[in-house]
Design a protein around this ligand. Sequence first.
Ligand SMILES: CC(C)(COP(=O)(O)OP(=O)(O)OC[C@H]1O[C@@H](n2cnc3c(N)ncnc32)[C@H](O)[C@@H]1OP(=O)(O)O)[C@@H](O)C(=O)NCCC(=O)NCCS
Length: 81
Amino acid sequence: MTAKRQPLDGSTWITGVGREYRGRGIGTAIKVEALSRAKARGLRALVTTNDEPNKAMREINATLGYQPLPARVQLEKPLLH
Ligand SMILES: CC(C)(COP(=O)(O)OP(=O)(O)OC[C@H]1O[C@@H](n2cnc3c(N)ncnc32)[C@H](O)[C@@H]1OP(=O)(O)O)[C@@H](O)C(=O)NCCC(=O)NCCS
């Protein structure tokens, strides 16, 4: 991430809902609760990362107003033997 993180940034990792309970608004509710708790503690922003193909999570975050930061590209150099 090239954006400079600020001292009052929090972050979340891995929001998960059991398969049989998905599509009922639980994932959204979990994120709303995390945002509410962060705000109540005086944080400036919550930062998260998404895998590009994860449409469900990207949709939830977009709906909640998460703004994209500059992309981070992972590289790999195969070590051939
Ligand atoms: C991502 C995840 C947490 C979503 O939980 P959920 O409870 O099913 O989500 P919600 O019911 O709150 O869905 C809210 C919105 O997300 C979007 N969405 C949810 N599932 C989707 C899917 N399979 N494809 C596209 N959009 C989807 C929709 O816009 C939906 O709104 P709508 O129901 O009004 O159409 C859940 O799918 C999950 O646990 N996935 C596996 C773990 C994971 O990949 N976590 C994220 C990486 S950290």
